[in-house]
Write a protein that binds this ligand. Sequence first.
Ligand code: NAD
Ligand code: UDX
Length: 469
Amino acid sequence: PIKVTKICCIGAGYVGGPTCAVIALRCPHITVTIVDLNQDRVDAWNSEDFKLPIYEPGLEDVVRQARGRNLFFSTDVDKGIKEADLIFVSVNTPTKKTGVGAGFGADLHYVELATRRIAAVADSSKIVVEKSTVPCRTAESMRTILEANSKNHCRFDILSNPEFLAEGTAISDLFKPDRVLIGSLQTEEGLEACRALADVYANWVPQERILTVGLWSSELSKLAANAMLAQRISSINALSAICEATGANIDEVAHAVGCDSRVGPKFLKASVGFGGSCFQKDILNLVYLSESLHLPEVAAYWRQVVEMNEYQKRRFSKRVVDTLFNTITGKRIAVLGFAFKADTGDTRESASITLIRDFVAERANVHVYDPKVEEEQIWMDLTEAMPQLPAETIKKQVTLCSSALEACKDAEAVVIATEWKEFTLIDWETVYANMKKPAFVFDGRLLVDAKKLKEIGFKVTVIGRGNGL
Ligand code: NAD
Ligand code: UDX
């Protein structure tokens, strides 16, 4: 049997970094090297004061324990590849922006570059593991590239091992995964490579949680899992629109529905819309796959999950404008939260970006506060979201604040866009005293105690509840 002693991970991002840091922590006998082309990122991973490139609760602790022991970060991709017996490919696979499949299909350029690099420099046999989320049958393309360029009769066994961690809980998800999924060809060599990777996880994951399946099932399961999770949010958000129109309360409906053990309570929280780098991208990927397989009804079904999410964001910003007497021009609006969810500094596809874009389009003055997102990141996201506006115009209309209280000062309305725990601890009496009247609160995350806020004097609007609450 193959025994893995050296692992290389190509891509030191949100997935490669935490995943392989945890492998290093749990497998002290394995040397893990995480490589990336981005020098700044690698420097941050190596920084003496542990200013890591991503914020993730518990991550710093893991890196402190393993870094320099059996965990290394480097920009020397070739050396990492050469020395490893197992290589994770954990590079980004964003939605294509141009060309065939633009706006839907996955851009596999980075996966292909990494694969070609492996073929070009490997001088011994390797297990190559697809960690990135990829369309079904990408492993086959990887194998074709590797085999066509193999030197010295190197063997390459390709595995699919999609990652199910969620940001904000990555470390606990990795310590105690619901399951680890490994896909391989059902040949003798494929199964042996699969066992080798399963043995790595077996150092801390119970055997019954390590699922081994065929390559294509594994690839598709990742897209399917994200599509079904996002589908639940779009379903509950669709119902939230009915609640707002009827006086039903979405929290009560979600609870009643989720109590059915066949449905379960998780991922039924109505919101201003899901964000993150995965849900939309992976569903669009599934839509594209369905279309290319000539399954238009299947494509339309999944596409609706994303459309419902767009509708939810649009509906929310319209409700803000409608409630503020149909105009927010020149009005100060506080937006609390810029990350796509709590406990992360990640802003990819954050609903907050869409809301601020809509408010700026209405010529409001937006005051933004987020506990973790870097200022530079906010400016980058906003300029990208409003390419038609010069950066100075955006900076004139948007102000970044260093606390929730500061953002809310003199505002006409407070909009809660991210469910940061600290927003549950806001001193609303003080906020109220410092706001223009009538003072409005729009809760896009079902976070505040609406009754209490109303008692203070606020006009409160909550997602999934009618205007009378
Ligand atoms: P990321 O952008 O944070 O990290 C990818 C890294 O790969 C970047 O640092 C980039 O510089 C590096 N890279 C790209 N091409 C390279 C090359 N040829 N050689 C060396 N380094 C290279 O992306 P991420 O969020 O970590 O996502 C990676 C993959 O994992 C994606 O396919 C994504 O869909 C999937 N995924 C992400 C999450 C998540 O929560 N972010 C969860 C599950 C799966
Ligand atoms: C998701 C998947 O959960 C994870 O398994 C996969 O590996 C990557 O994609 P992530 O995007 O990091 O993880 O976070 P997640 O917790 O799924 O939240 C995604 C978005 O949905 C966030 O904007 C979140 O606020 C929103 N959400 C989540 C809701 O609006 N309601 C919910 O009930 C749950």
